[in-house]
Design a protein around this ligand. Structure first.
Ligand SMILES: Cc1cc2nc3c(=O)[nH]c(=O)nc-3n(C[C@H](O)[C@H](O)[C@H](O)COP(=O)(O)OP(=O)(O)OC[C@H]3O[C@@H](n4cnc5c(N)ncnc54)[C@H](O)[C@@H]3O)c2cc1C
Length: 175
């Protein structure tokens, strides 16, 4: 028995837990279109001689790439993160990570990137939201069920934090 239940997770996972409860929350979660993103993290033995730290690519497999090691406070190793586009990620959602990495590394090489010393692929199943939602959080006073997560606050980790705060305020207001 619980007084209040707050679900802090992507919309499809929240929807599965809501069951038949709180139709308003179900509608919010069901309406959140979430797209996947294959992400590839690369480590190099030496800095890439490239006069850029980040770029939107948006052609072929690649959507975005960034020199992660250029961010403040990162270790000195040269590291990059590649994101595939939502469409390409959806098409290759069930592919073997090694095949995904091969395709993304080829696209990276075609742009002039070098072969990494090591890579890690991560299938980010619920990555982006189309359209982006800005409700902040969702709360059902009758059942005392609440939803929060980046998908309710414009995406990204800042959105997740702000969404959690917004839901906490709703719960405190309710008493
Ligand atoms: C590779 C990668 C790179 C990223 N880079 C950036 C970046 O540079 N900047 C940025 O701002 N954001 C970045 N993000 C996005 C950021 O990680 C997310 O915006 C943030 O984690 C969302 O937080 P959340 O709490 O809404 O959801 P999540 O972090 O997805 O947390 C949901 C949690 O709920 C758990 N869960 C799900 N279902 C259940 C269940 N049935 N029972 C119990 N637990 C469950 C999951 O295991 C998970 O721990 C990145 C994400 C990835 C994957």
């Amino acid at each position: 028995m619980f007084d209040t239940v707050l679900l802090a997770m992507p919309a499809p996972q929240a929807l599965a837990l809501l069951g038949d409860h709180a139709p308003g929350l179900r509608a919010a979660a069901a309406g959140a279109g979430m797209c996947p993103c294959w992400a590839l993290m690369l480590r190099f033995d030496a800095p890439l001689a490239w006069d850029l730290d980040a770029a939107f690519v948006n052609q072929g497999p690649l959507g975005w790439m960034a020199r992660d090691s250029s961010k403040p406070g990162r270790p000195r190793h040269e590291t990059w993160v590649l994101h595939a586009t939502a469409d390409w990620s959806q098409e290759h959602l069930e592919d073997d990570p090694a095949d995904v990495a091969r395709a993304m590394l080829k696209a990276f090489a075609d742009l002039g990137g070098a072969a990494p010393a090591a890579w890690t692929a991560h299938r980010w199943r619920y990555a982006t939201h189309a359209p982006a939602l800005t409700e902040g959080c969702a709360w059902d006073a009758a059942t005392r069920l609440g939803l929060c997560g980046d998908w309710l606050h414009g995406g990204k980790v800042e959105g997740a934090w702000l969404s959690g705060q917004a839901l906490a305020r709703r719960v405190l207001q309710q008493g």
